[in-house]
Design a binder for this molecule. Structure first.
Ligand code: NAG
Length: 159
């Protein structure tokens, strides 16, 4: 009798765990990534860089900015105003982390990613004046991802 009850409890726990996993998958799927081509087209600046420092954490909206060391511009180097470069020219301020409108929007210090960016619109106010804003999800740096992004940039150039 006691044993049967344990079995039933175990089965219920398993069922619940399964349900949780299913739900979790559904939630992940509810933030669908747009096509890389569209994301590339929307972003005027695409670059690879490493997060140097996290600043301006907004405790209410959980958004923040980062100082990022730039490794390479994949697109739009000429769109980067020299005035916004920091620390001798190879660092930038990037805002918009934690933006709920962007699926993959979180970084930690030391993370290296591909960033899809646009200059901060004037409407955002003077505190964002010299920032670039995250325009779509962060992308991990793999050979495949770099090639895919470069391919999109090249294609856009010739159409
Ligand atoms: C991304 O940039 C486009 C303009 O190219 C803009 O319409 C869109 O709102 C931006 N997305 C985000 C999340 O800022």
């Amino acid at each position: 009798m006691g044993c049967q009850r344990t079995l039933a409890a175990g089965r219920t726990a398993l069922l619940l765990a399964g349900l949780l996993v299913a739900l979790w998958h559904r939630c992940a799927a509810s933030c669908p990534e747009r096509d890389l081509e569209d994301r590339e087209e929307e972003a005027n600046i695409v670059l690879t860089g490493t997060v140097d420092e996290i600043i301006n954490m907004d405790p209410v909206h959980n958004t923040y900015s980062c100082k990022v060391r730039v490794w390479r511009y994949l697109k739009g180097k000429t769109n980067v105003n020299r005035e916004i470069l920091l620390d001798g020219g190879n660092k930038l301020m990037i805002g918009g982390f934690g933006n709920p409108g962007i699926c993959d929007n979180q970084v930690a210090t030391g993370d290296t990613r591909i960033f899809f960016l646009n200059p901060a619109p004037e409407a955002m106010g003077p505190e964002h004046k010299n920032e670039l804003m995250l325009n779509s999800s962060l992308m991990r740096i793999t050979l495949r991802n770099l090639e895919d992004v470069e391919h999109c940039v090249e294609e856009l150039k010739y159409t």
